[in-house]
Design a protein around this ligand. Structure first.
Ligand code: SF4
Ligand code: SF4
Length: 204
């Protein structure tokens, strides 16, 4: 009797589950909306005038617990500066095979040059492809994000517009006012970039 009772109990659970909506989606045909705090692949940002935000200071590399960032700064050419200030990131590489997607590099960066997107499709067939170079990380001048995949089906452009201001909200030097707001220049994605508010305005 006990066995039959347990069997009926199990069938009841199965029946209930069959009536519930599925929790899975038909990926990659359908994308599940990711949480705002999702940590995806990195991007190196530009200012609205096209200048690179990275100043080659290596603070991100110093903060990285996985030691997977390699930066080499170089003096800006006087006639054609790459970034505002003295130096820029001449070499910038992230070994995604070692990255633990903790975002400490984002928190450490003094110029908001490095942020994380909602892109997560990073599978590759060689170790070399797991090391993202500056060309693969630096956003294009039109605000779109370079990626390693020829197939655009793997990208959901809408998600690239989702903000990650929360990182600043939770950073030691950040402010809770950033939570839920869009990034200062609009997290990389095609389209217009809003002007970057100055520091006083951010603090307010
Ligand atoms: S997310 Fe974390 S592990 Fe990955 S590069 Fe940044 S600091 Fe390093
Ligand atoms: S990404 Fe930011 S922290 Fe890293 S080297 Fe560039 S400016 Fe410095």
């Amino acid at each position: 009797m006990g066995v039959i009772r347990e069997l009926i109990k199990g069938l009841r659970v199965t029946g209930r589950q069959m009536l519930d909506s599925p929790v899975t989606t038909k990926y990659p045909a359908e994308f599940r909306e990711k949480p705002q705090r999702f940590h995806g692949r990195h991007v190196l940002n530009r200012y609205p005038d096209g200048m690179e935000k990275c100043i080659g200071c290596e603070l991100c590399a110093g903060a990285c617990p996985a030691r997977c960032i390699y930066v080499r700064g170089q003096d800006n050419p006087i006639d054609a500066p790459v970034s505002p200030g003295e130096r820029y990131g001449f070499v910038y590489e992230i070994n995604m095979l070692r990255c633990i997607f903790c975002a400490l590099c984002v928190e450490a960066c003094p110029t908001e040059a490095i942020t994380m997107t909602h892109l997560f499709e990073m599978s590759s067939t060689s170790r070399q492809d797991g090391i993202y170079t500056k060309d693969e990380l630096l956003m294009n001048r039109d605000g779109s994000v370079p990626h390693m995949f020829a197939d655009d089906r793997l990208m959901n452009p809408d998600e690239l517009l989702v903000a990650d201001g929360w990182v600043r909200a939770t950073a030691p030097a950040g402010s809770a006012a950033y939570e839920g707001i869009e990034m200062w220049q609009g997290t990389p994605g095609p389209g217009d970039w809003a002007p970057e508010p100055d520091q006083d305005e951010r603090d307010r």
